[in-house]
Design a protein around this ligand. Structure first.
Ligand SMILES: *Cc1c(COP(=O)(O)O)cnc(C)c1O
Length: 454
């Protein structure tokens, strides 16, 4: 075998070995950052090494510091596993090494991303003429959509941002909900919108923006306006009431953006779709494939209703660049880029429409089962409505809740992560992995029960 084949063979062995041990290993890593710096650190060796041997060292050395994220009992943050077809497709993407900015250079990968994008629009019930830009994740999808939004609302106000810049432009009002995801503020910062320039609208106990509060806020101002709504609050999983909110925002001339990193997928399931009613009236939507669709990191999608708005914000110049219609570099901030939409194509192709719906229904059913199991533990309180994939819990006061969180990580059966909700400590349990089984939930509840008693 040549070097490439031997190195790939070593990677295959290492990957299969890691996946085989997922069910047995503690979910939280046993090694610290310093441990791992010790394993891999030191000065850059003067001499190189055999590629296959490098991969063997990598796989063996990495193991103690790896988190069992692709297993069935990682419930931290909002993080998906990896479907088999998506994982294998990701390997092919690396082997092909296609620089996928334009169809002119890489027709196969651009076609696959375009098809994956169309399939997603169908699943999300969004207009099939929208542009879908594959970016690294929800954060960059929010940034990408909001960059297009800002360009568009300024253009409507007679200001050409590409030509005249931001310094003297009309101020853009940037309106968000009290429980928006932090990546919205961060996207605003990247766009030159300061914290003090963001208007925050009150939310209800689950984190949903209050329509009366939005109405009141919008009455009080004028000028270019962007309103950010949310599908899937990161603690509670709650969805804004799009059918009520979007018409209010549009009456006031707003561009409406929906952050639906993991929530947009609810539209793919008949039973969960009611959460998304009215969502299709927005102007842009950010989501990702690495959480709910279970493709490997990283893969996000920036969806913009009118592709002309994406192009206005992102189309690139350069005398050596040839245009072939709607290219990835027309709708994302990237130029050279990985074909990260290909694993999403493979995930969708392997599941089919019914498989995506079944996945969503299972994540929801798992969340409901987890909440039921947790509620039955003496002292444990589930503090959100489990309408989607998120479960939030407390054990007594803040101190006991935090201690339970630390004990869960140390014990190793599962991972929950901590948060603060309405000023109180909480633990979050997110159902995002295709790999979670009823047995995983039983084992997790049993472990939490024992730790809570202790
Ligand atoms: C995870 C998340 C994001 C950020 O997405 P990344 O893929 O981590 O960049 C944005 N919004 C919400 C609601 C999220 O849950």
């Amino acid at each position: 075998m040549d070097d490439r084949s031997r190195a790939l063979d070593a990677a295959h062995r290492g990957a299969v070995e890691f996946l085989r041990t997922l069910d047995e290993r503690p979910v939280w890593p046993r090694a610290s950052l310093d441990d791992m710096l010790g394993v891999f650190g030191g000065p850059l060796p003067e001499e190189g090494d055999d590629p296959a041997s490098v991969i063997e060292q990598l796989a063996a050395g990495a193991d103690p510091g790896l988190v069992a994220i692709p297993g069935g009992r990682f419930f931290g943050f909002v993080i998906g596993g990896t479907l088999p077809a998506a994982l294998a497709a990701d390997w092919l993407v690396s082997a092909w090494d296609q620089n996928s900015g334009s169809a002119m250079l890489t027709p196969t990968t651009v076609a696959l991303e375009r098809v994956a994008g169309r399939w997603m629009l169908e699943l999300f019930r969004l207009p099939d003429s929208a542009s879908v830009g594959f970016v690294t994740g929800g954060q960059v999808a929010n940034f990408t959509c909001l960059a297009a939004a800002r360009h568009a609302v300024l253009a409507r106000a007679g200001w050409d941002l590409a030509e005249r810049g931001l310094r003297s432009s009309p101020a853009v009002r940037f309106v968000v909900g009290a429980d928006r995801h932090g990546s919205i503020d961060r996207a605003a910062r990247f766009l030159g919108v300061g914290r003090a320039e963001i208007t925050v609208v009150d939310a209800d106990d689950q984190g949903r923006m209050l329509p009366v509060a939005l109405e009141r806020t919008l009455e009080r101002g004028e000028g270019p306006l962007i309103v950010c709504l949310q599908a899937g609050e990161v603690h509670t999983g709650a969805f804004d009431d799009f059918a009520a909110l979007i018409p209010i925002a549009h009456r006031n001339g707003a561009w409406v953006h929906v952050d639906g990193a993991f929530g947009l997928w609810a539209a793919a399931s008949e039973s969960l779709r009611p959460l998304t009613v009215g969502m299709e009236q927005a102007d842009s939507w950010a989501t990702d494939a690495h959480k709910t669709l279970n493709v490997p990191y990283d893969c996000g999608m920036a969806i913009v209703r009118d592709p002309a708005d994406s192009i206005a914000a992102f189309r690139t110049g350069g005398d050596y660049l040839v245009y072939s219609g709607l290219d990835p570099w027309d709708v994302t901030p990237e130029l050279s880029r990985r074909a990260r939409g290909v694993p999403a194509w493979a995930a969708l192709r392997s599941l089919g429409r019914s498989g995506v719906a079944t996945l969503l229904d299972r994540l929801h059913a798992n969340a409901v089962a987890m909440a039921e199991g947790l509620r039955a533990i003496p002292g444990v309180e589930v503090i959100n409505d489990v309408d989607y994939t998120q479960v939030m819990l407390r054990l007594g006061g803040d101190e006991a809740t935090r201690a339970l969180g630390a004990a869960i990580l140390a014990e190793g059966t599962a991972v929950f992560t901590g948060a603060e909700w309405r000023g109180r400590a909480a633990l979050r349990c997110s159902m995002s992995s295709w790999a979670t089984t009823p047995d995983d939930i039983e084992r997790t509840v049993a472990a939490v029960r024992a730790l809570a008693a202790a």
